[in-house]
Ligand binder design. Structure first.
Ligand code: HEC
Length: 122
């Protein structure tokens, strides 16, 4: 039960990335959409972090001295974004902790955010 659920999640995110790569020209329209892991990650950040940090591609943080997440991820290693982000969070905030699957969902969202930002810079 547990194992097959995990497999489905993995398949879903692999599919999401494949779809994203194929639709590269449409990344701007699609990166934040779809009922997948990254949508869950975005919802988690929205719920717990957005009252202070900007979590998307644009806009400033609600508290102006707090870094938007797009600036945080720009300084983190792209190949391990989710884990690096959670580690950076844990250094600043002891009040937040995420289950592994929630951490993965947040990582998926941030990877898509990074792809989106990188593709709109070209
Ligand atoms: C009550 C306001 C508040 C909330 C809510 C909040 N943060 Fe922060 N966060 C801060 C402040 C203040 C700092 C220190 C200033 C900075 O680095 O932006 C910070 C710093 C960080 C940093 C380090 C940034 C860096 O590179 O120096 C990370 C990562 C981070 N927060 C992640 C999160 C995550 C993830 C959540 C939600 C689970 C969250 N924060 C919720 C206020 C908040």
């Amino acid at each position: 039960m547990n194992v097959s659920k995990k497999r489905m999640m993995t398949k879903a995110s692999v599919f999401a990335f494949a779809a994203l790569a194929m639709a590269e020209a449409n990344v701007a329209d699609t990166w934040g959409m779809g009922g997948n892991l990254s949508t869950k990650g975005e919802a988690l950040l929205n719920e717990s972090c957005a009252k202070c940090h900007a979590i998307g591609a644009e806009g400033s943080s609600k508290i102006s001295t707090v870094k938007p997440f797009r600036d945080v991820i720009a300084l983190l290693p792209a190949d391990d974004l989710g884990n690096a982000f959670i580690a950076a969070m844990s250094k600043k905030h002891t009040q937040f902790a995420f289950e592994p699957m929630d951490g993965k969902a947040i990582g998926d969202y941030l990877e898509k955010l990074k792809l989106h930002i990188d593709s709109s810079k070209q």
